[in-house]
Design a binder for this molecule. Sequence first.
Ligand SMILES: *Cc1c(COP(=O)(O)O)cnc(C)c1O
Length: 219
Amino acid sequence: MSIADNLQKINSTVPNHVTLVAVSKTKPVSVIQEAYDVGQRVFGENKIQEMVEKYDQLPNDIKWHMIGHLQRNKVKYMAHFVDLIHGVDSFKTLKEINKQALKHNRLINCLLQVKIATEDTKFGMSLDELSSILDSEELKTLENVSINGLMGMASFTEDKKQIKKEFNFLKKTFNQLKNEYPELTTISMGMSGDYKIAIEEGSTMIRVGSAIFGLRNYI
Ligand SMILES: *Cc1c(COP(=O)(O)O)cnc(C)c1O
């Protein structure tokens, strides 16, 4: 199947309130252009340098999402164009994003990454850590970042019940926080292997790579 076919197939099953982020990490610009040509506008990358190179070569109405773990010293390279940063997992990082956004007189949208997987290798914060960021007085001084929601990655497992449980936990956490912070609107959860479960559990944004572009040689 072609990229166009894959996109059409996925889009036909994804409800309108769910945004499809096409995860193009490791894929060349020619392949991204193919998806762009059939209407895809939101792309996700997990390495800042790679995203910057692609941004420079591709149409400027693409919305670039940073989905990977952030290296604070590299935030400056994407601050002039990044549309949404999914994986914010510390206040320090948020401060750096704010500082760089200010230099470009921009507001950068961010999601806070929540640890929902049982694996130690996955990044993310606990509910206490999330609340301490959202409640902090200092957050109000960061006028160039906007926290729009939460992001999570489920365990790498075939156990669908386990995945469902983890997504459900993220949705519950989101609902709980939304009572206090109505500005939270986005729940980024679901990848190629589990986006259907994620949507059932309340995802509003799915990050899909291999189901669109085929398998990658490396992560
Ligand atoms: C690579 C990646 C994805 C996409 O993974 P696929 O299984 O190829 O859909 C989604 N989210 C994050 C954070 C990723 O790093």
